[in-house]
Design a protein around this ligand. Structure first.
Ligand code: 5AD
Ligand code: SF4
Length: 347
């Protein structure tokens, strides 16, 4: 499939024709990654962030938000839950929180590894090479860092750091991750204001070029306490001929196309997707190319505060409830829970 084909599908609206795309993606998924759905237990350890991304609810300038950091013993409780339920991966996520030192994160990784035989994914934002090396040595296996968009101008418009080359720097970190032996995750948001079809097609091709191991794709959800969200809610009227809408169907199209173009990669049915369609967002994601779910194991009192966008799916539910729901989703999609760590290429 080339760029022309990608653009054709991104603009296709006919439900019958789209069925062909869903079927293609589903059969590629089956052939390359099988029926297993890998569970990655997500722990949001801190909602402090020094950055100011214009779309994100936990940006530093959102002063209305109560901030928290989880203690080690609270984090290890979540790890225990994950281990008991056979999860192969723990994802440690936070904003860009300067409070934790490099060594503290390394110690946390070592502690988690002692508690459970799991793969550890870090998702702590941009950081320096030395930290990545030390965390790798401590036992981290993967790192998630979304590039958000491959369009430099759009990237700069939605981020405040008005330094040029900010997209380039992010892509450099992704390449660095691969060099250091991490599995590298990345991803994008669908339908950020002024995102063109062309840029979205380029995003998918960039996943391929960078050989990304896990690709998170979710709709942009406007947050009223952010500059971009306020603009969107107040006066953004999307011209759908020119710019990509932040719809559910567009998200499935990108998941399906990404599966076809990067056949053996891991693709989660994201929480953002479950947020815009609680009943069947994840099920349809799994049926249209996805093969991973990241159940949120953060205790509800904290999870509610990790509000990157409003209405986050299952924000009030305890891990046990979340877990049972996820098992139901997997069953309803006609799939089974993955065994082992669910590495992209089994070691
Ligand atoms: N809507 C959807 N996704 C968002 N993210 C941040 N803010 C939003 C939003 N308003 C995503 C970004 C980021 C990840 C942590 O969450 O892609 O990389
Ligand atoms: Fe911070 Fe990430 Fe949100 Fe940006 S997207 S403000 S780096 S948590």
């Amino acid at each position: 499939m080339n760029k022309e084909d990608i653009l054709y599908w991104l603009r296709e609206k006919d439900e019958h024709k789209l069925n062909k795309l869903w079927n293609m993606a589903d059969s590629v998924r089956k052939q390359f990654v099988g029926d297993e759905v890998h569970l990655r237990g997500l722990i949001e350890i801190s909602n402090y962030c020094k950055k100011n991304c214009l779309y994100c609810g936990i940006r530093v300038y959102n002063t209305k938000l109560t901030r928290y950091r989880m203690r080690d013993d609270e984090i290890l409780e979540c790890v225990k839950f994950a281990r008991k339920n056979g999860y192969g991966t723990i994802v440690i996520q936070s904003g860009e929180d300067t409070y934790f030192s490099r060594d503290e994160i390394a110690e946390l990784i070592i502690k988690i590894k002692k508690h459970a035989d799991v793969a550890i994914t870090l998702s702590l934002g941009e950081c320096d090479e030395q930290s990545l090396k030390i965390w790798k040595e401590a036992g981290a296996n993967r790192y998630l860092l979304r590039f958000e968009t491959s369009d430099e101008e759009l990237f700069e418009r939605i981020h405040t750091a008005k330094q040029s080359k900010s997209l380039e720097r992010r892509i450099r970190q992704i390449e660095e991750l691969k060099r250091l032996g991490y599995e590298a995750g990345s991803g994008i948001m669908i339908g950020i204001p002024y995102q063109t079809y062309e840029s979205l097609a380029n995003d998918i091709l960039l996943f391929k070029k960078l050989d990304i191991d896990m690709i998170g794709i979710g709709p942009y959800i406007p947050h009223p306490e952010t500059p971009l969200g306020r603009e969107f809610i107040k006066d953004y009227k999307n011209d759908e001929e020119r710019f990509v809408p932040n719809t559910e169907i567009m998200t499935y199209k990108v998941i399906a196309l990404t599966r076809i173009i990067c056949p053996d990669t891991n693709i989660p049915a994201t929480t953002a997707l479950a947020t815009i369609n609680t009943r069947e967002g994840r099920i349809l994601g799994l049926k249209r190319g996805a093969n991973v779910i990241m159940p949120n194991l953060t205790p509800p009192k904290y999870k509610k505060l990790y509000e990157i966008y409003p209405g986050k799916s299952s924000a009030d539910d305890e891990p046990e409830v979340i877990h049972q729901n996820v098992l139901k989703v997997i069953e309803q999609a006609g799939r089974r829970v993955g065994k082992g760590m669910g590495n992209r290429r089994e070691l």
